[in-house]
Design a protein around this ligand. Structure first.
Ligand SMILES: C[S@@+](CC[C@H](N)C(=O)[O-])C[C@H]1O[C@@H](n2cnc3c(N)ncnc32)[C@H](O)[C@@H]1O
Length: 237
């Protein structure tokens, strides 16, 4: 049975899957592509490697990894999101590199140390226990393997923060409403969800999740004036 958080995420992404890729680019002023590129850069997947991409959605990250010659398990609980990316995967000639699997990050249906690398995007705001989920994501990583993630972030400098607040609270819901009622609801949800996440879990606590999961050489890079953050770390080999 799904809990309230999981039910909300399921309904949210079912309603926005069809427009997800271009709306994400519009709402982030094209910055989201830079963040994914930076994340895949630090993940550094190599040809022939097996990579798990969690919260894969329509496959924006998975396709970048597949294009580098790795095999990718595209893991996500939303059939609508996975399906919405299939045409783009075909157009990129990547259908044989990408393998969609339905499921939730909290309980991965894979053995210990299965993957050469693991990525996840915008995931931890949708789970009840992010620290435990980090341990589960690390469990399936082989010794020496890399874990990398991308998440939204709140600018810290007061002026930037005020601009970000105005944009997420007032502009995003209105731009979303131009696309559909579901996008309006997403625009209303997203800003407060990010604010709550950092109020409950400051960056220092998040760094502890990575370390307590067993990861070493943990780094974070805040991007786009503070609107996004890429994290990465490595298991001792
Ligand atoms: C904002 S999308 C990210 C999609 C894509 N990776 C990208 O780069 O934009 C977040 C995804 O997380 C998935 N998700 C939500 N809860 C999850 C969970 N508990 N485990 C794994 N994925 C989850 C959603 O279905 C959705 O496809």
């Amino acid at each position: 049975m799904m809990d309230a958080r999981a039910r909300h995420a399921h309904a949210l992404f079912a309603g926005i899957a069809a427009e997800y890729e271009w709306m994400g680019a519009v709402l982030s002023f094209g910055q989201d592509a830079r963040w994914r590129r930076a994340m895949v850069e630090v993940l550094a997947p190599r040809p022939g490697q097996l990579v798990l991409d969690v919260a894969s959605g329509t496959g924006l990250v998975a396709r970048r990894i597949g294009a580098r010659g790795a095999r990718v398990i595209q893991f996500d609980p939303s059939e609508a999101m996975l399906r919405a990316g299939q045409r783009a995967a075909r157009a990129a000639g990547l259908t044989s590199a990408l393998h969609p699997v339905l499921g939730r990050a909290e309980r991965l249906p894979f053995g210990d140390a299965t993957f050469d690398a693991v990525s996840f995007t915008y995931l931890l705001r949708y789970v009840d226990d992010p620290g435990a989920t980090m341990k589960e994501l690390t469990r399936v990583l082989r010794p020496g393997g890399r874990l990398a993630c991308l998440e939204f972030h709140e600018p810290r400098a007061p002026v930037l923060r005020a601009g970000w607040f105005g944009y997420t609270r007032y502009v995003m819901p209105r731009v979303g409403a131009l696309a559909s009622p579901e996008w309006r609801a997403t625009g209303v949800f997203l800003g407060p969800s990010i604010t709550r996440f950092y109020a409950d879990h400051p960056l220092a606590e998040q760094a502890r999740w990575w370390q307590e999961a067993g990861l070493r050489h943990v780094h974070s890079r805040v991007m786009s004036l503070g609107a996004g953050v890429v994290w990465w770390g490595q298991l001792d080999g």
